[in-house]
Design a protein around this ligand. Structure first.
Ligand code: HEM
Length: 225
């Protein structure tokens, strides 16, 4: 057996390390920093939550058709679904007519369109988007929830922050371990190294798309200071 092959990093390690730089960039965007720093009004948080709704609609509308797909299917797990939670949060943030005032920023529309395109034409690309969002929500999302509760007074794990609460996942660390095993399992269904690299590249692109949404949100909610 070729030792260079046996020693190569697992796919979950590869995708995490390859997107590390983009993660830092997304994390340190001025909109996120201001939001987490408690410097923005709750309307900025509501506007951000609206943008998430468009992205998760795209991710989850595809779930039914991709469930049987050998590449994307194993990732589709009902306990991850977020649209219902986002809708409860939006009803709390914007009131019962929340749908009427909803609009996607151009960057959000582009992001959702790319997710839809992957879902329709490229299951591997869909996995890249799935990973970028859901594993992030299970990780840094928990930091955002705590800050949001603290800053705008939402009930702990209640309306307004339900998006960050995974009722069906009692042990997020264990769930993430299982998710990484699914990523590593891609080796069996995606043996082509080039295709795996394309998936990693799509993950980096997913971060770029998220950062673009933050940039436009930052434009809407600039700090006057
Ligand atoms: C201020 C915002 C953010 C904070 C504070 C944050 C924080 C974190 C932390 C602490 C982890 C590590 C968890 C662990 O090792 O288990 C993590 C992982 C992750 N984050 Fe973020 N994050 C933020 C924004 C984002 C954004 C915008 C995305 C992409 C949409 C994202 C995607 C991810 C992903 C995919 C992982 C999992 C990496 C892996 O273990 O494979 N994060 N985040």
């Amino acid at each position: 057996m070729d030792s260079a092959i046996t020693q190569r990093p697992s796919f979950s390690t590869l995708i995490r390390t390859a997107s590390h730089e983009q993660h830092t960039e997304a994390e340190s965007s001025s909109f996120m920093s201001d939001l987490l720093g408690g410097l923005l009004d709750v309307s900025a948080y509501a506007r951000y939550t609206e943008q998430l709704w468009f992205v998760y609609r795209a991710l989850e509308d595809a779930a039914q058709t991709l469930r049987e797909d050998p590449v994307a299917g194993p990732f589709i797990q009902p306990e991850l679904a977020r649209v219902a939670e986002l809708e409860r949060d939006l009803a709390h943030l914007r009131g019962p007519d929340w749908r009427a005032g909803l609009s996607a920023l151009p960057a959000t529309a582009a992001y959702a369109a790319r997710v839809e395109e992957c879902a329709r034409t490229w299951p591997g690309g869909y996995v890249a988007h799935h990973y970028t969002r859901y594993l992030g929500d299970l990780s840094g999302g928990q930091i955002i929830r705590g800050k949001a509760e603290q800053t705008w007074g939402f009930a702990r794990k209640g309306d307004g922050v339900r998006f960050y609460v995974f009722e069906g996942i009692s042990n997020p660390a264990a769930f993430k371990r299982g998710y990484r095993e699914l990523l590593d399992g891609l080796d069996a269904v995606v043996p082509d190294e080039l295709e795996k690299q394309r998936i990693v590249d799509e993950c980096k692109f997913a971060f770029v798309l998220n950062t673009a949404v933050f940039r436009e949100l930052g434009g809407e909610f600039p700090l006057s200071a």
